[in-house]
Design a binder for this molecule. Structure first.
Ligand code: MN
Ligand code: MN
Length: 216
């Protein structure tokens, strides 16, 4: 599903996104507050159940954004798009408000210092199924961030030494606050998800930047 604000793959059986991908540049950041208008995504195919905001009520899990509200603060419409339930998965509160949130803040700090990011995030595994709405709770939440010096779809600036941050976090409480302790290689995310990530890059560049964990 391609929206002006992000793109995603949605699982009708899990009732969550498989992955969500977006670009983060200065142009997406502005003064808009959280709209908090969680709502079903009516652009799903006819006949597919729409997850509603209240399907999460009392589940013990947060409505965890993939594309963060804080990454789309330029206009009311762009912020509101992050509250569509196709951008949401059940996330343990300590994770959502802890290392996951800290990494989101770190990403925005990189952008404020002039970087431009390509980000892909999702869940993996099946921890349980929420009784209301039949939503699969992932065992892990993961994210891959390509740190670039310029925005846009021309990828020729990405080379073997481009910084890539990948994390895989257990979707549980009690995970602390330090996102850096959950860093892994992109290869590890690919093994976890069975996706070939960053597949528009030449193979030698993928091999170089996917095999190492971020150390900065
Ligand atoms: Mn969140
Ligand atoms: Mn790859």
């Amino acid at each position: 599903m391609i929206k002006p604000q992000y793109a995603l793959s949605y699982s009708n059986s899990k009732r969550t996104p498989n992955w969500v991908s977006w670009e983060l540049t200065q142009n997406w950041l502005g003064p808009i507050d959280r709209s908090n208008d969680f709502r079903p995504d009516d652009t799903l195919p006819a006949g597919w159940p729409r997850v509603t905001s209240t399907d999460y009520t009392g589940s013990g899990y947060d409505r965890g954004h993939m594309t963060p509200s804080g990454d789309r603060t330029n206009t009311r419409a762009d912020n509101s798009a992050t509250f569509l339930m196709t951008n949401i998965l059940p996330q343990a509160s300590d994770n959502n408000k802890g290392p996951w949130a800290e990494l989101e803040i770190y990403c925005r700090s990189l952008v404020k210092s002039g970087k431009s990011l390509y980000i892909i995030a999702g869940g993996a595994g099946k921890k349980q199924i929420l009784p209301r709405g039949g939503i699969t709770v992932p065992t892990k939440v993961w994210k891959v961030i390509v740190v670039r010096d310029r925005p846009g779809i021309d990828l020729s600036d990405i080379n073997a030494s481009t910084r890539v941050i990948a994390v895989s976090m257990p979707n549980i409480n009690g995970v602390g606050n330090n996102w850096r302790s959950y860093r892994v290689s992109v290869d590890q995310i690919e093994a976890l998800t069975k996706y070939d990530l960053l597949s528009n890059l030449p193979i030698p560049i993928q091999q170089a930047i996917e095999s190492k964990s971020d150390r900065l």
